[in-house]
Ligand binder design. Sequence first.
Ligand code: FMN
Length: 187
Amino acid sequence: MSTIRKVAVLVGSLRKGSFNRMTAGVLAAVAPAEMQLEILEIGQLPLYNQDDDDAPPAQYVAFREKIRAADAVLFVTPEYNRSVPGVLKNALDVGSRPYGHSAWDGKPAAVVSVSPGAIGGFGANHHLRQSLVFLNVPAMPQPEAYIGGAATLFDKDGNMTNEGTRKFLKGFMEAFAAWIEKILVVR
Ligand SMILES: Cc1cc2nc3c(=O)[nH]c(=O)nc-3n(C[C@H](O)[C@H](O)[C@H](O)COP(=O)(O)O)c2cc1C
């Protein structure tokens, strides 16, 4: 039997009816059985303040522990002004400190960007990867996932109605499962 892998899912949108959150739900549904996906909420995290490093808010402590407990991280994010939404960048910063104690270090990861626009949040996807390089988070290079036209992919209840995209996301999660095993073996 394969080892169960806990995957922390970070969604870069706080919006009710978020296409990214809907996509995260689909990713959980199509993932191989050995992957346990759990969305870690990030909207409750206070804005990172380095003055708090010695006495961190309880929300920081709980968040950092959850990241540490995860085998891998899946980012599902919209693009805001061709970059990563502030709420997601804040979560990256919170998890990265205090200096020398980053919770992200070495975690295998994957990035999915979702937008109603035509280029599928490419800018956010790659800005996020820039931070992940610095954080020593090995992000799966292929397949890439830029999900465009998001407003046409779901019904009013948030179910994915586009079978081609669902199939693509299933293949993406299978590749991510293999990526996790590859990275954890060499760690
Ligand atoms: C502040 C802001 C900036 C945005 N900038 C972009 C952008 O650069 N590129 C893009 O494709 N969509 C942009 N959008 C539109 C979002 O892609 C759209 O609101 C999307 O539905 C957000 O994802 P969600 O449905 O998961 O909340 C922006 C939206 C907001 C609120």
